[in-house]
Design a protein around this ligand. Sequence first.
Ligand code: TYM
Length: 325
Amino acid sequence: MKKRLFSGIQPSGDVHIGNYLGAIKNWVRLIDQYDCLFCIVDYHAITIEYDPKEMQRRIFNAAAVNIAAGLDPEKCTIFVQSHVPEHTELAWIFNTITPIGHLERMTQFKDKSKQHRENINAGLFTYPVLQTADILLYKGEVVPIGEDQVQHVELSREIARKFNMRYGEIFPEPQEILSEAPRIMGLDGKTKMSKSLGNYISLVESPESIWKKLSTAVTDENRKRRTDPGNPDICNLFTLHKHFSKKEQIERINIVCRTAEIGCIECKKILSENMVEHLTPICLKYERLIKNTDSLVNILQTGAKRCRRMAGETMIEVKKKMGLV
Ligand code: TYM
């Protein structure tokens, strides 16, 4: 029996290279090793303002991009959170054992409350409890995520432990798995790459747009003139080179940037070419998939069917332990 892996992504806009390097690449790498469940978490996405007319397209988009990036539906289960009602049912139960103080500590809640001052709703606050329910409903043992989600997975361990102590042993304590790039910075070089901040390159960005965005991206800010030596160690784009460029190119840039033999524009051109080369197959596959919504519906329905069965079994166990039967 393979261990179960669970992870999720919000359908809240373009899937970007931060999502890809921080999480999706790891999902693809681990697909044969674990029994993998990947969830498009629409109930999480509605905790901030959104346009209901856009949501269906965003869900299809998230499914198509992830499959194009390598999530083979023959090898894993892909589904939409709201298709399995037990996620919110279990979240309610977990709400009753989660101290408010733990939720107040969550940095993502603090950040999002600052970003969305006009809509600090209870769902935003209890978001990590729903995330815990996502994982534990399927007894997920490993959770590949970017660094920004580590605190939420830590909380899921605490909730699992608390439930097991209070009502009896059911849940594993999930462990996070981080990629080599757990925190990709945005093109401004200052904040984390994020859908909501608009500082990203999408996984299906056109070559022209990749170049346009890279050409204005912030590099080593101490390098004011072409003749100034640069420092790759503090250059955000050098980090991206490490993930998209060839080994010899990375080694060369690491030297010639420091001696000012290469300028930022030339360095960005190399990165842009490599990124386009890497992302083109994903774009082409995405374009084929997004045209065929019937096939996407089929994949998501098959996924939800399997998940509803597993979720139903867990809820019977939970309710029995809690005396709710
Ligand atoms: P979301 O949709 O914000 O992001 C999806 C995944 O991408 C990672 N990520 C990044 N990694 C590196 N650098 C970045 N700049 C970057 N931006 C995003 C995220 O860490 C995440 O792994 N709450 C989650 C979704 C979720 C979930 C779950 C995840 C809901 N339930 C259960 C795991 C298990 C979220 O908002 O991810």
